[in-house]
Design a binder for this molecule. Structure first.
Ligand SMILES: [Mn+2]
Length: 316
């Protein structure tokens, strides 16, 4: 599909339900609400279905002025959803086999929809929604700009990550021309911590263990720390990038205890393969960022991680 095909599909369809992935981030929600607003500008009815009853407080502004729509959906769109397995549990059964169009930027997209538009050059799905909006000739208003800016700034780590391109900056520049309050969004996304977040970050940093001559650092987030600080899932965002930021660390690991086992995130320096380390333990991902799930005790996890890392952390 080309952008022009996406646009004629959208023009020809009606009564949209827009789905996005579990634990929705800024790109998931910004793209979903951005698309909803673009569709309503061309006279279409649309609603977004996201995980959970309420949106986390920091994303509330995305929904300003959107009225609750009640209609029988006729068209199902998934945005930023690489795999049908990532749909929220409460909607998975109903929608998994009937997604009409998937709009995404993950190269690993599993092509579960009837039609798809995947552009892995795009730093965020929000960049694709912007292109759709251009092609539809819809005027960008402040609310659309806020939604798409949220999508793009969050998926690029505020224009810092390697996925940022000149296209990313050009789109952001167009969005800023509406006079949208980017400062407010960036503060909400990147510079606003709850007390609980700060408290758990403190405990987590104190938990860091070094191994392999400090070329590997492991940060632990236990259920006890969660209880003690009252931190919620939302408060953990970005913690997994901390171990890798330590000078000299090549392999940064974050281990988060869950009810059923340990969720492991691995971040590596160039030349060290996070995906290969996680693959040893049944997981996967990208070269610089990957994950896996380990069952057992703390000691088991430590032992399994040590032997997986050992195979991939070369002496310099
Ligand atoms: Mn994304």
């Amino acid at each position: 599909m080309q952008i022009a095909d996406v646009v004629s599909f959208l023009k020809g369809a009606d009564d949209f339900v827009i789905l996005t992935h579990r634990q929705p981030d800024g790109d998931a929600l910004g793209s979903a609400y951005g698309l909803l607003r673009v569709l309503s500008k061309i006279g279409k009815r649309a609603k977004v279905l996201h995980e959970g009853e309420n949106l986390s407080e920091k994303f509330q502004y995305l929904t300003d002025g959107i009225e609750e729509a009640s209609f029988e959906p006729k068209t199902v769109i998934a945005v930023d959803v690489a795999d049908v397995k990532l749909l929220p549990h409460e909607y998975k059964e109903t929608y998994k086999d009937i997604v009409d169009l998937c709009i995404d930027h993950h190269g690993s997209n599993t092509h579960y929809a009837k039609q798809y538009y995947v552009d892995s050059y795009a730093a965020a799905t929000g960049e694709i929604i912007y292109q759709i909006e251009k092609e539809l000739d819809v005027e960008i208003d402040i609310k659309i700009a806020e939604a798409l800016y949220t999508a793009i700034s969050t998926d690029t780590g505020c224009f810092k990550f390697g996925n940022t391109t000149s296209q990313t900056h050009s789109i952001a520049s167009e969005l800023m021309k509406t006079g949208m309050n980017f400062l407010d969004i960036n503060r909400k996304m990147f510079e606003s911590y709850s007390k609980e977040r700060l408290a758990i970050e403190c405990l987590a940093i104190n938990s860091i263990e070094y191994s392999f001559d400090s070329r590997c650092a492991t940060l632990w987030i236990t259920r006890e720390m969660m209880q003690k600080t009252g931190a919620l899932e939302d408060d953990l965002e970005g913690l997994s990038s901390i171990p890798r930021m330590i000078k000299g660390v090549r392999v940064g690991i974050t281990v988060k205890e869950t009810e059923t086992g340990f969720k492991v995130s691995v971040r590596t320096a160039p030349g060290y393969n996070a995906c290969a380390i996680c693959a040893e333990l049944g997981g996967g991902g990208h070269e610089a960022a990957a994950g896996c799930f380990i069952k057992g005790s703390h000691a088991d996890v430590r032992e399994k991680l040590t032997s997986a890392v050992e195979k991939h952390i070369q002496k310099e």
